[in-house]
Design a protein around this ligand. Structure first.
Ligand SMILES: Cc1cc2nc3c(=O)[nH]c(=O)nc-3n(C[C@H](O)[C@H](O)[C@H](O)COP(=O)(O)OP(=O)(O)OC[C@H]3O[C@@H](n4cnc5c(N)ncnc54)[C@H](O)[C@@H]3O)c2cc1C
Length: 479
């Protein structure tokens, strides 16, 4: 016997998008809101997030005396994406609501500040996992304000009535019993599909090799894609793989950005350089890293660079790990070289490094000889690395880290409009009562990911804006 519930609004998945959707809905006066989550703790990928949230024209900018206008960001993103995969109204809805979303978090006691590299970051936080406290606070308020959270309760199917409008959601509860929630409004936000090999191969055959893959997001199986498809939702032909560059030690769930020290020298598994290393903390070179053999690079510092890094930590290395004058990075690397000898090496010679990487020693030596000559002449003849970032690799010991792109999230392919209503494939019209947001939806970013904090920022925007639309409809119906 199915357990039957009634609700005015059902949210499927309580992560970056679903949790604010449910909370906004109760705050807007929707009486009966149920959030279903597959796992014992809602939050999904967002529980692992560093907590950087994109917002333009935000209070954080005003406080820091910097300017970031939403209209400029919009124009820049359109220039970057060439409209490829981007719905301009949806993107504007996201950007235009972003300042209010950050201010809304502030009303919940979550204070943000401006960080010159990553944008808006939670005061006193920044390391992976920082956003969990935001989710916990939202969940607490949701329950206090009358929302119901059903954990260990995956949704399995969306139900439509004969007119094609939403009439309910089916799921399974923690006892294995079928759950049926009757409702006229659903927000679908069960996250991305990094853990779904079939979808990964379908959308990212050029970027996906399970053998070389580094991600913490394998739990996310993309349930939303099949649920949406079953009710005739339109799916975009492309999805986006969101990735970051330069994570060392990622297999130990202890990502360290040390490889992103801008003065370091990088080579690939063949012992050759492949880019300007000072672009380190950018999504752009994550694409290049994916294209290298074995999807990895090797970042090298000599002792002089180590001294420089300790004295002048670059923002790329990220100040959550290293403060100026703090020598702990050396100890961390020594520990890693012992603990993970396949990922970190402290070497006394270039020959030792080449043997460790497994590349041709002559090729590697000539890479370093060339690089050192560029440093002496003040010009990187290959990749035009800025002169003030070039230091020769000459003084032992050498510190070498293997590094990887971190696969952060998949984005798409469910198509929504700027109210976050899911679009039906058959006629390009909204499926009445069905909304979606967060990683399962396409349309706010194109072929690549360009904004720091975009995923969490978009989660807030899509969740809150969808809930506002549902609330407006609810109020109209109640009259
Ligand atoms: C290490 C790391 C750091 C990151 N840092 C940042 C950052 O600083 N800034 C940023 O913008 N982005 C960051 N991200 C990305 C960001 O966390 C995600 O893109 C974002 O959480 C996606 O939001 P979502 O709501 O779509 O999905 P999620 O946050 O993953 O939430 C999905 C929820 O749905 C639930 N669920 C799944 N299937 C079902 C089902 N069938 N029924 C019911 N519930 C279901 C899951 O249990 C989960 O609670 C980071 C990601 C990683 C891995």
């Amino acid at each position: 016997m199915a357990k039957i519930y009634q609700a005015d609004f059902v949210v499927i998945g309580g992560g970056a998008a679903g949790m604010p959707a449910a909370l906004e809905a109760v705050e807007q006066g929707i009486p009966s809101v149920i959030l279903m989550d597959k796992r014992p703790f809602p939050g999904g990928n967002a529980r692992m997030a560093g907590g950087y949230v994109f917002a333009a024209d935000a209070y954080t900018h005003e406080k820091a005396g910097v300017t970031l206008h939403g209209e400029d960001v919009y124009k820049e993103l359109i220039r970057f994406h060439h409209y490829d995969g981007v719905n301009p109204r949806q993107l504007r809805a996201f950007i235009d609501s972003s300042a209010d979303n950050l201010a809304w978090l502030r009303t919940k006691g979550i204070e943000y500040e401006f960080n010159p590299v990553m944008g808006n970051s939670i005061v006193g936080a920044g390391a992976p996992g920082s956003y969990a406290r935001v989710l916990d606070q939202m969940k607490k308020e949701l329950v206090e304000k009358g929302g119901v959270v059903l954990t260990n309760t995956p949704a399995t199917e969306l139900l439509l009535d004969e007119s094609g409008a939403i009439r309910g959601v089916k799921g399974v509860d923690k006892d294995g019993d079928e759950v049926l929630i009757e409702t006229k409004a659903v927000f679908l936000s069960p996250g991305g599909f990094m853990g779904n090999d079939a979808l990964m191969a379908l959308y990212f055959s050029d970027q996906y090799d399970p053998a070389d893959y580094v991600t913490d997001a394998l739990r996310f199986t993309g349930d939303g894609v099949s649920m949406a498809e079953q009710v005739g939702a339109k799916l975009a032909p492309k999805a986006t793989l969101c990735k970051e560059s330069g994570f060392s030690f990622a297999h130990q769930n202890a990502p360290h950005r040390i490889s992103m020290y801008a003065n370091a020298v990088w080579v690939n598994r063949d012992g050759v350089r492949f880019c300007d290393e000072s672009t380190a903390h950018e999504h752009t070179n994550a694409n290049l890293l994916v294209a290298q053999p074995g999807m990895c690079g090797y970042s090298m510092m000599d002792e002089t660079m180590m001294q420089d890094l300790i004295q002048h930590p670059s923002p790329q290395v990220s100040n959550e790990f290293l403060q100026p004058g703090d020598p702990k990075v050396r100890g961390q690397l020594e520990k890693m070289a012992q603990k993970l000898p396949d990922q970190c090496l402290i070497a006394q010679s270039l020959e030792e490094i080449a043997a460790w990487i497994g590349c041709d020693a002559d090729t590697f030596r000539s890479t370093i000889v060339d690089y050192n000559s560029y440093c002496a002449n003040g010009k990187d003849e290959e990749f035009l690395k800025p002169g003030d970032r070039m230091m020769p690799l000459t003084t032992e010991p050498y510190y070498v880290c293997k590094f990887f792109p971190l696969m952060v999230e998949t984005i798409g392919p469910v198509v929504v409009n700027h109210h976050f209503q899911v679009i039906r494939a058959a006629d390009n019209r909204p499926i009445p009562g069905l909304y979606a947001g967060g990683a399962v939806t396409a349309g706010w970013t194109g072929h690549d990911y360009e904004m720091w904090g975009g995923n969490l920022g978009y989660g807030l925007a899509s969740g809150r804006l969808a809930a506002d639309h549902v609330a407006a409809q609810y109020k109209r119906d109640a009259k």
